[in-house]
Design a protein around this ligand. Sequence first.
Ligand SMILES: [Zn+2]
Length: 464
Amino acid sequence: MTRRFLVAATIALLACLVAGPAPAGQGAKTVAFVDVAVVPMDRNRVLENRTVVVRDGRIAEIGPAATTKVPADALRVDGRGKFLMPGLAEMHGHLPHPNLGDPIAKAFLTLFVANGVTTVRGMYGFPNHTALRESVRKGEALGPRLFVASPALSGQSVANPEAAQRLVREHKQAGYDLLKVHEGLSKASYAAVVATANEVGLRFAGHVPNDVGLEGALAARQSSVEHLDGYVEALEADDSPIKNADAKTRDEKLLEYLDERKIPTLAARTRDAGVWNAPTMALWRTFFSSETVDSLRQRPELKYVPPQMVTQWSQQRAGQLQNRDDPKGLDRVLTLRDRTLKGLADAGAKLLLASDAPQLFSVPGFSLHREMEAMASAGLTPYQVLEAGTRNAAEYLGILGEAGTVEVGKRADLILVDANPLADVRNVARRSGVMIDGAWHSLADLQKMLDQVAATVAAPPKPQ
Ligand SMILES: [Zn+2]
């Protein structure tokens, strides 16, 4: 039941049709957030009454509001009563398909920026994504800093270990930042991916192929596991009578033979292997819940994706609900996922904030706020949730020296929020503005960007 449903659920809808030109991210070279509470995310604390000066895209100074001089040429942002935190990272996002064209791809990035998402790890690569990454880097497009995974290495794209070796080298050559591993890879092909990836110096991340299993992924030190893939299966009791049964029987019966007491051990092994998890909790809740199409269609952020996408999601959802033959089993999987996540956090295994948008009523940018709520409701503290989306993401990406926290010298990717995010992660959505790479966008600017996206996506699509 679990695996079959998981696979069906993760066949991603990759046709991201969000359109519209992105407004240029222009702003003053020097910006001062005056008398603001800083949530630095170096540890669980708030620094009250600070003034933060940003110059040329970097945090130049953080000091007591009473004594820190605001430079004469600075744009002053009143920080009283507000909190300044690092920008968020979407660590499992999907960037648009190349068929949609460059302007559309750039507009798509607007949704991230408007939601305070300043870094994105694109987890399903197409050849245009490296160019998109570069145009953001050069400042030609407004968008989050991009890290792009290769096209998926799956049972479909990789016929044998030789093909795996060849593709890994090609993806390295093409400039991808990491390799995406996916369903269906054989043990031998996976081993070839791992060996060649290590040889050429590329990380690999993604699903846990059936043949490999969680144990295999941990042993190979897969850099991140997506969707908590393989964890429920790894909870199979030692005395399970279906260990050698056929795939169909195992699929149907596995939930009867799980042992939750294995969670702490599994979590500790994950930590010790240095394997990260990008759990995508909210999307799985949608997949496995009984929420109706009508209810899902009420989500206000759906106006920022093309209506045909919502129609497609509605049909997909209707199909899921029709085939929902084991609601109790699905509830059980959701509970196990929450407990696994909590177990990983308790063990100190590293977590990443990740939503897998756009997929089934999850809209880029907006979906991360839903994801934070889902992680919190699994029992994580607000600090643990925010850490997954800020500091941890930067650490995973190898950029903690220049991003991920609010500290002098770091890249000015910031969110100004109206209430303490360490008290409640929902406060991150109460924005006063977003700074990306030193450029300030007030709430009014962000709303204008969103309005433009809404207008564009409402228009009928142009033939490609
Ligand atoms: Zn995905």
